[in-house]
Design a protein. Structure first.
Length: 117
């Protein structure tokens, strides 16, 4: 079992920045990928960015060059640095981890990010 606690969402003006954090606890040794997804009402949850324990990253085309995903040295916290935010980035952001051996997903509770003037 893995527990995830997110923080860092809020209201920001277009062009601004936010940093999301997600702290994992429990069986963190079994985590092999960490990521962030987002969802707006009426749409499917979509991948924003992910990072493997080896450091390989993957980004949605819509956020490339603006968002950066990273982890701390202990690999139990994942961050999402969001710069040059746009109104279309408004969504609930969910932290996600996948664990060995069967790729089970764990989700955070979600944090609201609103980009508006």
């Amino acid at each position: 079992q893995v527990q995830l606690v997110e923080s860092g969402g809020g209201l920001v003006q277009p062009g601004g920045s936010l940093r999301l954090s997600c702290a994992a606890s429990g069986s963190i040794f079994s985590i092999y990928i960490m990521g962030w997804y987002r969802q707006v009402p009426g749409k499917q949850r979509e991948l924003v960015a992910s990072i493997t324990t080896g450091g390989s990253t993957n980004y949605a085309d819509s956020v490339k060059g603006r968002f950066t995903i990273s982890t701390d040295n202990a690999k139990d916290t994942v961050y999402l640095q969001m710069n040059s935010l746009k109104s279309e980035d408004t969504a609930v952001y969910y932290c996600n981890v996948r664990v060995k051996p069967f790729g089970v997903n764990y989700w955070g509770q979600g944090t609201q990010v609103t980009v508006s003037s």
